[in-house]
Design a protein around this ligand. Sequence first.
Ligand SMILES: [Zn+2]
Length: 95
Amino acid sequence: MIHNYTEEAVKRLLPEILKEYTKNNPQTCTCIYCQEDIMALALNQLPPHYVVSDEGTILTRVSFEQIGGKAQIIAAITSAIKQVAANPRHDKSRP
Ligand SMILES: [Zn+2]
């Protein structure tokens, strides 16, 4: 099975980063559409890191360091949150 580890890492980190961000910016929308937009934007900024694994064993074997470090992922997610918050698409038609 092929996984993009970057995607797993973003999925895993997004909730806590979003929670922290909305503490300081309580008007930020956290609906599922905005969260998906944030995830897509963040993933476009980060290099993919594909791994092959059996089901269920992926996250234990790959560390954040292998995909550029946790700080890089946090920076990409934070910048994506700002972009989506400035121009949310949740009430517009989506592709
Ligand atoms: Zn929204």
